[in-house]
Ligand binder design. Structure first.
Ligand code: VGL
Ligand code: ZN
Length: 209
């Protein structure tokens, strides 16, 4: 068991309609994380969330590159970029958090992916690490020592958020039953967990909390 302390934070990544079944970039079983995350929220004194929040002209959308399809790879901001279906557009219902997700105790929401020129998987920085969302400064200013990461999607935004948290010096945990993978290639979710383990991120389940 892991005892939750005062200086712990629960970080909920991108539990938005477009990443849930029926959404534009649906994650299989994505809705199954919601009751697990609602249960977790009751145990933490500090809960914050991230929100994928793209302008319609975002460079990660296949639709903005004539002739390209979702899943193809281009270069964006000098980095390889997977092209996605149009998703989480600012002001659309797809960008909203799922209705069943408790939000009553959230202290802050950090939006990402607002710059059309670069994607932002991590809740801390864009993929080129040129801009910060403020999440790192917020956690530091609040005196947070350990971060528990959950949400969608395991092999993209959850992995990059947990990796940056660890790199910024927070003791980092992934709550593995409170996340699901896109699995663009089969096994991407399992691979993401292995990568996180190698970096020293602790993999736990909600039952250990
Ligand atoms: C995400 C792909 C594109 C995520 C966001 O939240 O994991 N994945 N934008
Ligand atoms: Zn996105």
């Amino acid at each position: 068991m892991v005892k939750i302390e005062k200086d712990d934070a629960l970080l909920i990544v991108d539990v938005q309609n477009d990443f849930l079944p029926g959404g534009a970039l649906a994650v299989a079983e994505g809705d199954q994380v919601i009751p697990v995350i609602n249960g977790l929220q009751k145990k933490f004194g500090l809960v914050v969330a991230t929100q994928d929040f793209h302008p319609a002209c975002h460079g990660s959308f296949a639709a903005n590159h004539p002739g390209k399809r979702p899943g193809e790879i281009i270069e964006l901001a000098g980095l390889p970029q997977v092209l996605w279906p149009v998703h989480c557009v600012q002001g659309s219902s797809g960008a909203d958090f799922h209705d069943g997700l408790d939000r009553g105790t959230w202290k802050a929401v950090f939006q990402k992916g607002k710059n059309p020129e670069v994607d932002s998987y991590s809740g801390f920085f864009d993929n080129a690490r040129r801009g910060a969302t403020g999440l790192g400064d917020f956690l530091t200013a609040t005196g947070v020592r350990r971060v528990f990461v959950c949400g969608l999607a395991l092999d993209y935004c959850v992995k990059f958020t947990a990796t940056d948290a660890k790199e910024l010096g927070f003791e980092t945990f992934l709550v593995s039953d409170a996340t699901r993978a896109v699995n663009l290639a089969p096994g991407d979710g399992a691979k993401a967990i292995q990568e996180m383990k190698t970096l020293g991120i602790k993999i736990i389940t909600s039952k250990e909390l």
